[in-house]
Ligand binder design. Structure first.
Ligand SMILES: *Cc1c(COP(=O)(O)O)cnc(C)c1O
Length: 368
């Protein structure tokens, strides 16, 4: 017997998640400091207050962290006007995705999402032996009606990202409420709101408002994006206390490390850092949209801190940009072979991306 024969066939067949190319790796290969616009990280760095708190906590690293993240759960509950029992802290919001699949999916059951949705949804469902069904998109956005149409007796979870990664699109309040009102009783809905803070559309639904009457809804937020703490791995879920209790039953005992707990506590209070991040994103996005239009490239208008651009041959442009020291994300794994996804960086980083892209496309133009 091979080792692979001892696991679920859906697990043996999995391809691991492909993260953005690390800066160090490109630097080794290229010998120059690259610009990384590949993982939707905060280009301003972490909150200085979070860094100070980490420095202060270093000497306590011989101690286990608070297993219940008491202080964080209390503060986040207060922030959302909910009891602490509604908050579940996680090692990145992807931990919650894992736990939801672990709790509700097993062989014979299925989960629904959209094509071109965040790649982790498919991975966690396959890891639990379930089947994933993906509804087609409409204009690069989730089609909640088509998603609802795929639900059957064996469906247990619907995964939605709002805004979605990699498309940057959102579904609107009226679509969301129509979807919720027709939802069968045996289905859990995951509303992944990793980019919630960046959204500027006025008809964007705040899924937290629906928790009171939706005991099977779970909303995900993260400290990896606007708070600039992706390296610490902290996210959280907001759901009915009964749902949170189930998550606690299957999580690891100390899933939020000590440095993460003190840093996040401070980052939450650093309104100035969040405002600076939003301003940088707004200006960077305007710049990118303007320049992409000048280069006559089509892009999908984004509500997040990244933008998806139709460059014709995504993988080739990704490789060429890499040689120019600019790391973006190719999207062939998302079945979007014409596109790349570019995170909004600092003004100088955005300029380097545009200059490199213009150079590459100019060369391609001469060749034809
Ligand atoms: C980045 C991202 C996350 C955040 O993951 P963490 O584990 O919290 O770092 C979650 N969902 C989507 C759609 C994302 O793009």
């Amino acid at each position: 017997m091979e080792l692979e024969d001892l696991v679920l066939p859906s697990v043996a067949a999995l391809t691991p998640y492909e993260p953005g190319k690390p800066i160090e790796e490109v630097q080794r290969e290229l010998g120059v400091e690259p610009v990384k616009l590949a993982s939707n990280e905060n280009p301003l760095g972490p909150s200085p207050r979070a860094l100070a708190a980490i420095r202060q906590a270093l000497a306590d690293l011989n101690r286990y962290p608070d297993g219940g993240s008491y202080e964080l759960v209390r503060r986040l509950g207060a922030r959302h006007g909910l009891s602490p029992g509604h908050i579940f802290m996680a090692c990145g919001s992807v931990e919650v995705l894992n736990l939801v699949a672990y709790l509700f999916i097993r062989p014979g059951l299925n989960a629904i999402t959209s094509e071109h949705a965040f790649a982790i949804y498919e991975l966690v469902v396959a890891a639990s032996g379930g089947q994933v069904r993906s509804a087609p998109m409409r204009a690069y956005g989730f089609d909640l009606e088509a998603i609802a149409g795929l639900i059957d007796r064996d469906t247990r979870v619907v995964f939605l990202a709002n805004p979605n990664n990699p498309t940057g699109t959102i579904y609107r309040r009226d679509q969301w409420h129509r979807f919720l009102s027709a939802l069968p009783d045996h289905v859990v809905v995951v509303a992944d709101e990793a980019y919630f803070e960046f959204v500027h559309a006025t008809d964007y639904p705040d899924a937290l408002e629906d928790l009171a009457h939706q005991p099977k809804l779970i909303v995900l937020r993260t400290f990896s994006k606007i708070y600039g703490l992706a390296g610490l791995r902290v996210g959280y879920a907001v759901a009915h206390p009964n749902f949170v209790r189930l998550l606690h039953q299957v999580r690891q005992p100390f899933n939020i490390n000590l440095l993460a707990q003190v840093a996040v506590r401070e980052a939450l209070e650093d309104r100035e850092h969040v405002e600076r991040t939003l301003a940088n994103n707004r200006e960077g996005m305007e710049y990118l949209e303007r320049e992409l239009a000048r280069l006559r490239l089509r892009f999908v208008p984004s509500q997040a801190n990244f933008i998806m651009v139709d460059v014709g041959k995504g993988r080739a442009v990704f490789d060429a940009l890499l040689k120019e020291g600019v790391i973006v994300r190719p999207l062939d794994a998302y079945r979007l072979p014409r596109h790349v996804r570019v995170s909004v960086g600092l003004p100088e980083e955005n300029r380097r991306f545009v200059q490199a892209l213009e150079k590459i496309l100019g060369r391609a133009g001469e060749a034809t």
